[in-house]
Write a protein that binds this ligand. Structure first.
Ligand code: FES
Length: 99
């Protein structure tokens, strides 16, 4: 059973989930509040950065590349609503910049 560790600002969360399930929906069901809006790769709000275990996720899809851009994808960013987990992974939810 994959183990997911998520850092959101100062908070650290960890949970186990069924292999192949949606990262976003599993997180929300455990009250790990990854921000989201559309759940369909349109808003980009559910952006997460993969710190470890990228090989344990589904491949980055065309819709993610369109929304995030190739540079962010190469830096390890994913859309949680498009990400399915098949093994252990560590993630960070980027905090919005304050200008
Ligand atoms: S929730 Fe909108 S892109 Fe994932």
């Amino acid at each position: 059973m994959p183990r997911v560790e998520v850092t959101i600002g100062p908070q650290k969360h960890a949970f186990d989930m069924e292999k192949g399930e949606s990262l976003l929906f599993e997180a929300i069901s455990r009250s790990v509040m990854i921000p989201f809006n559309c759940t369909s790769a349109r808003c980009g709000i559910c952006r997460v950065k993969v710190l470890e275990g990228a090989e344990n996720l589904n491949e980055v899809g065309d819709r993610e590349i369109l929304r995030l851009g190739e540079e962010k994808v190469e830096q390890g960013f994913r859309l949680a609503c498009q990400t399915h987990v098949f093994g252990d992974v560590k993630l960070e939810v980027p905090q919005p910049r304050l200008y």
